[in-house]
Design a protein around this ligand. Structure first.
Ligand code: PLP
Length: 433
């Protein structure tokens, strides 16, 4: 079987909340002295998502309205067997990949965008602000807002705004307003620009700007595309579907791999399986792949830090490279984030999840191997997971073990061809990490 599908009737009816099963309690968010106060949260987030953020209920209903939109965008997404890749690698392992690229915007991000827009609208709010780096999140939120008849304002990191003009086009065609960040629209943006008018921007700065706008306007909420508990909760639809699909194929996972930026596609794909691991039902290895240029899990410190640059978020305990860390520009823009979802960070701290770094060259090499074998062009972010998946399959060739390796295919790379072009033409920097 090359493709394992679920019917729309089989779509999960509840999200899975890992907070109910954590091996040790998640350290609470803390007020900061810079203004990142917990009491600000209800001003910028809907009641629905804030309740989920703090909840310890194991199962949380997916409202019928959200399930319907999920079906409209093609969920459940299929699970594919990478048979030609297995043959190419000559491995006894079976490699599966979960197709989050099937979404109209090409990545997993729509799973939470739809939910966040739905709960905001329920509170009577009609506009969402957000940030975007590579453009995937801004695109997903623009489409979600369009589907729910809402407005969307996206602060886009200035280097990406200039380098990826077509990303802006997609957001605008879905009705999103796109502003290069740092911008003169916010106090924080003006401060950065006064210090350096040519500032290239960063995800942390764009988050600060989007949050500032929502804080100052009661009719506007802010949406974050990763990191927070409620985002990872919404993404568990990925792992819950994968679990049903593996059961259908009569297989159990031995290795599950995902790439990590803020940790949402990884958390969403693995959390439902971590519960089985804790219960002793499976014996599985969970690997989070990150870029060597932004090695949050492998080189970061586990401590309290801000989620943004200005210090407007409350303090969160996580692995972090420091909120002032500006990661070097790499093609996998979606993985350039200084912090990590506190839930994923805790899993690493507890030894349930392993962090692994890969270099940019290996990333594109693996992406091309995959594309040649399977036909699908992976996003540069996704290539990190593929590289680790391929390494695991090669290891199986050495040991002769017939492991089941599951790769979360977070998105396609049809809008990231510049990176592939640079690789093919030998233009990636020589010391490229
Ligand atoms: C945004 C993005 C990521 C990284 O974000 P996470 O929150 O870590 O999942 C990975 N892959 C793709 C395709 C993305 O768009």
């Amino acid at each position: 079987m090359y493709k394992i599908s679920l019917s729309s009737k089989e779509i999960p009816k509840k999200w899975y909340n890992i907070n109910a099963d954590l091996p040790s309690p998640l350290p609470e968010y803390k007020d900061s002295e810079e203004g990142g106060n917990l009491e600000n949260l209800p001003k910028i987030f809907s009641k629905g998502v804030l309740e989920q953020e703090m909840s310890t209920e194991r199962w949380i209903d997916i409202p019928k309205e959200i399930r319907n939109v999920y079906k409209m965008i093609g969920r459940p997404s299929p699970l594919f067997r990478a048979k030609r890749l297995e043959e190419h690698l000559d491995t006894p392992a079976k490699i599966f990949y979960k197709r989050e690229d099937y979404s109209p915007t090409g990545s997993h991000k729509l799973n939470t965008a739809i939910a966040q827009a739905y709960y905001a609208k329920k509170d009577g709010v009609n506009r969402l602000t957000t940030e975007t780096g590579a453009g995937q999140w801004g695109t997903a939120l623009s489409l979600a807002c369009s589907m729910l008849d809402m407005d969307c304002t996206v602060y886009m990191v200035k280097v990406s705004f200039n380098q990826k003009p077509f990303r802006k086009t997609i957001m605008e065609l879905y009705g999103g307003e796109v502003i290069p960040s740092p911008s003169p629209n916010t106090e924080f943006g003006r401060k950065i620009l006064s210090e350096n008018p040519e500032h290239p921007g960063s995800l942390g700065i764009a988050i600060s700007e989007a949050m500032e706008e929502a804080l100052n306007d009661q009719k506007v909420y802010y949406a974050l595309g990763s990191v927070l508990n409620h985002v990872l909760l919404h993404q568990t639809i990925i792992g819950l579907e994968t679990k049903k699909q593996l059961e259908k194929a009569d297989e159990t996972p031995d290795v599950i791999v995902g790439c990590v930026g803020g940790g949402s596609n990884f958390g969403g794909a693995v959390f439902p399986f971590i519960k089985d691991q804790i219960d002793g039902k499976i014996d599985c290895k969970f690997i989070a792949a990150e870029p060597q240029s932004c090695p949050t899990l492998t080189k970061g410190k586990y401590c309290y830090d801000y989620g943004d640059t200005a210090g407007m978020t409350p303090l969160m305990k996580m692995y972090t490279l420091g909120h002032n860390f500006i990661p070097p520009s790499v093609h996998a823009g979606g993985l350039r984030y200084h912090g990590m979802a506190p839930q994923v960070a805790l899993m690493v701290k507890e030894g349930l999840v392993e962090g692994r770094t890969v270099t940019q060259k290996e990333v594109f090499e693996s992406g091309i191997t995959f594309a040649k074998a399977e036909g699908v062009v992976p996003a540069p972010e996704t290539c990190h997971a593929i590289k680790v998946g391929i390494d695991e399959a090669k290891e199986c060739k050495k040991t002769g073990k017939e492991k089941n390796i599951i790769i979360n295919f977070s998105g396609h790379g049809m809008l990231d061809l510049k990176g592939y072009d640079d690789y093919l033409n030998g233009k990636l920097p020589e010391n490229s990490k």
